[in-house]
Design a protein around this ligand. Structure first.
Ligand code: GLY
Length: 397
């Protein structure tokens, strides 16, 4: 009898280990992912016909539901060309490539823009993907010029790139800025000039020191003294309040440190990414479908908007983080990323063909405190969603 019991427990244990392993893609997930990518291709081929040549798609108007566009100097300008490149990579559809080429060329002029920290978003998502896919050296030149422009905003005393030239702060740095560092680590690889990488690491280290609370949630904005480097203020701009956990900010941090670990292999970044992931996934107000409310501390939860963009960024990051971790932890991150994708690719978030101004995802939030872009599609939600879908396809094999 004892023997039988032991055998039973051994069997149970082996089943749970097997269950905890990340196996090949589940057939239903493969179908869902392919369906979402096919829908995305369809939507963007429709979108191409509606966006005027002089601007780029941004969102949908809260008031009349019409398409809202942006000029090339808006921080989201690179996401439309970037998504087109990803969808071309998936579909090999030449009309998407032609539109991607045209829209990447349109954003190129921002390579000399020294008035924003968002050059990574703008140029790495557009020209970065163009270079990765086409290997055309002209994109390498664009990216290196962009990286040099971005570095003009670095202050060695603070140890950070300055985010904004506006607002109440003398030297504001926002958590979002972590996302612009990949342009710099790439630039060192491409040019062998270590200074880009040095700026990226210094910025990431300073942010790790000053942006995070003991529970590894992050402030949105840190205001620095540009002469002494001292922290003068810890605030929010798009979150519920200064001490809240603004959902997209947590996702930017998670993605940023996962990416910095990939780029540098510095274990401190991996540990930081794991802590942020654990904050997000362990949060008592994380909904069951794993698509966060717009702020984890938003007053009125559960009757507040979700932010699909935060879900898409976090999904892409978690799938990658799963590859740098082992055992149960790796499975936990993979399953969470998969669950987020499953939710986003379902009817609650995925737009129907020809609807949603042809954006792919519904239900994101740009800045609720400014009553701007609340419960709407956003171009960057689409970009990180498509990236996550492609990562899932590639890594679940
Ligand atoms: N980087 C601005 C935002 O996440 O809304």
């Amino acid at each position: 009898m004892k023997k039988l019991q032991l055998l039973f427990f051994a069997l149970l244990l082996s089943c749970s280990i097997v269950h905890a392993q990340k196996g090949p893609a589940k057939p239903e997930m493969t179908r869902l992912v392919n369906n979402a990518l096919d829908r995305a291709v369809h939507q963007y081929k429709l979108m191409m016909q509606h966006v005027p040549d002089s601007v780029l798609p941004r969102t949908t108007s809260n008031t009349n539901g019409s398409l809202v566009t942006a000029k090339t100097n808006w921080w989201t300008a690179g996401f439309y060309p970037g998504t087109l490149w990803y969808l071309y990579e998936y579909s090999k559809d030449n009309t998407l490539k032609q539109e991607a080429l045209k829209r990447t060329a349109q954003v190129e002029r921002e390579k000399n823009n020294k008035g924003t920290h968002d050059l990574g978003f703008m140029l790495y998502c557009s020209a970065g993907n163009a270079y990765r896919i086409t290997k055309d050296p002209k994109y390498k030149d664009i990216l290196l010029t962009s990286a040099r422009s971005l570095c003009t905003r670095f202050n060695p005393k603070v140890g950070c790139i300055k985010s904004w030239d506006h607002g109440q702060w003398e030297f504001p740095v926002i958590i979002d800025n972590m996302m612009n560092l990949e342009l710099l680590t790439w630039a060192t690889r491409a040019s062998k000039d270590r200074s880009f990488d040095q700026v990226a690491r210094t910025h990431a280290n300073t942010t790790m020191k000053n942006h995070f609370r003991p529970d590894y949630s992050s402030y949105h904005v840190i205001g620095y003294d540009s002469t002494t480097g001292a922290v003068l203020a810890r605030n929010t701009h798009q979150g519920a309040n200064d001490t809240s956990a603004w959902s997209r900010g947590q996702a930017w941090g998670l993605y940023g440190y996962t990416m910095m670990y990939r780029e540098t292999k510095d274990k401190a970044y991996l540990e930081q990414a794991k802590h942020i992931a654990d904050f997000i996934l362990g949060h008592p107000r994380m909904p069951a479908d794993l698509i966060p409310y717009w702020d984890y501390d938003a007053p009125g939860i559960p009757n507040v908007p979700r932010d699909a963009s935060a879900g898409a960024v976090a999904a892409s990051a978690l799938l990658e983080l799963s590859r740098y971790t082992k055992g149960e932890l790796s499975v936990r991150y993979w399953n969470a990323g998969e669950k987020m994708l499953e939710s986003l690719a379902g009817p609650a978030y995925l737009a129907k063909e020809g609807e949603n101004n042809n954006f792919i995802l519904m239900h994101s939030v740009g800045s609720l405190p400014h009553n701007s872009e609340v419960d709407v599609p956003l171009t960057y939600a689409d970009y990180y969603f498509v990236e996550a879908l492609l990562r899932y396809k590639q890594w679940s094999k």
